[in-house]
Design a protein around this ligand. Sequence first.
Ligand code: PA5
Length: 446
Amino acid sequence: MSIQLETQHLTGFIAPEEFVSAAPQVKLAHELLHTGSGVGNDFIGWVNLPTDYDKEEFARIKAAAARIKKNTDVFVVIGIGGSYLGARAAVEFLKSNNYNTLKKDTPDIYFIGNSISSTALAEVLEMCEGKDVSINMISKSGTTTEPAIAFRVLREMLVKKYGKDGARERIFCTTDKEKGTLKHLADAEGYETFVVPDDVGGRYSVLTAVGLLPIAVSGADIDALMAGAAKAQKAYNNPDLQSNPCYQYAAVRNMLYRKGKAIEILVSYEPCFALMNEWWKQLFGESEGKNNKGLFPASVVFSTDLHSMGQYIQQGRRTMFETTVLFDKPKKEINIGHDPQNTDGLNFLEGKSMAYINEKAFEGTVLAHTDGGVPNAVVRVPDFSEDSLGQLIYFFEKACAVSGYMMGVNPFDQPGVESYKKNMFALLGKPGYEAQKDALEARLKK
Ligand code: PA5
C-alpha cells in the first residue's frame, strides 16, 4: 500500500495539458537532484538515507532507547527547528497528541529549547521533580542559542540530581561528527553522541538520529519507519511525471503558484497530524521562501478549524490552494449507537463509524471550497503506521526538493535565518558583535 495523489478536485484550475508541459521541468529537477548537479548539492544526503545509513549507529540508537525506557520517567528532548519538529511530529502521529497523558510503559517526552521562554523551561523543570530524567540535546551546528540555554539549565539539574557520573549516563547528544561547541563539550564530559550527517540539513534530518532516538524512546518501531521511507525512495525514483505521485504534487504546487495561488494550506482531519503540519511548514517554508519567491505554507486541522478559519478559506482572498492529507484507516474507531428517544436528533447517524462521518465532512468541505475557488489536491495515505509515516516523510522531502528546483531556488539553504540572530547577539553583547550594538539600540529607542 502506498501514498497516492488525487487530482480530481483540481479540475477547472489545472488543465490536463499543463501536466504535459510540466513533465520536462520535473525531469530536469529530478536529474539535478539525482546527479548532484543542482544548487545546494552538498545537502542531498537525505535522498539515499533510507537505504544508506549508518547501521552500527542505528543499533546504538535502539540500545540507548532501550536503556532510557528502562531507567527514565521523563525524557527531555532539547532542540529547535529541524532539530525538534520531526521527532515531535512523529511521536504525536504514531503515538498520540496526548502521548504524555496516555497509560503507557514508555517515558513521558517533553520538547524544550525550542523557544527562549523561561516559563516553558521552568514548567519542564517542575515536571522533572521527583522523576528519573534523561535528556537528548540535539543541535547540528552545536551553537544554537535556544537549545544551548536549555541544555545548560537541564545539565545543571541532572548533575545536582545524580552527580557528574550519574548524569553522564543520562545525557545523549546528537550533533556534528567532529566539530562545534556541543561535540567538544560532549567529548569532554563523556556523553554518548549520535551524528547528524554533514550532507543532511536540519529540516531533512528526521530519519537520522535527530528524529530516531526520541521516536524510538516513545516505543515506535524505527525499523518499520525506515522500511517505509525505503519503499518511498524506490517508488519516487522515477522521473516520469505521469507515474510519480510525489513529482505530481511538486508540479501541481508550481502550476498553482504561477497562477497566483501564493499560499498552500496543508489540511488534515486528524488532531494527531497537527505537529506534522508544523514539520511540513518548516520543510517547505525554509526550502522555498527566498529570492522573493515561494509559496507561503499554512496549515489547518479540520473540522476543528472549519469553525475558525473556514470562513476565510471559503470567501476570503482567492490566493490559496489546499493540500489535504487523508488516511484510509483511522487509528481507532468509534461507531454511533442507538438512542430510543433520539433527543439529540442523531439517529440518522446510527451504525455509522466516525471515520465515515469524517470522510463526509471532507467531501462536503472539498466541494464547498472548490466551488469557492480554492483548488484541492489530496494526498492519500494508507494508515497511521510507521511504514506509512516513513513513506510520507520521504514523499514530502522529495517533493519539496523537486518543487524548489522547479521554482529556481536552492531548497537546501536558509540564509535568511541568520538575520535575527545577528541582531539578537549584538543586542545581548555577544563578543564579536560590538560594532552593531549602538546602531540597533538607537533604532529601538522610543
Ligand atoms: O533546518 C534547519 O537547518 C534549521 O531549522 C535548524 O535545524 C535549526 O536552526 C537548528 O539548528 P541546529 O540543529 O544547528 O541547532
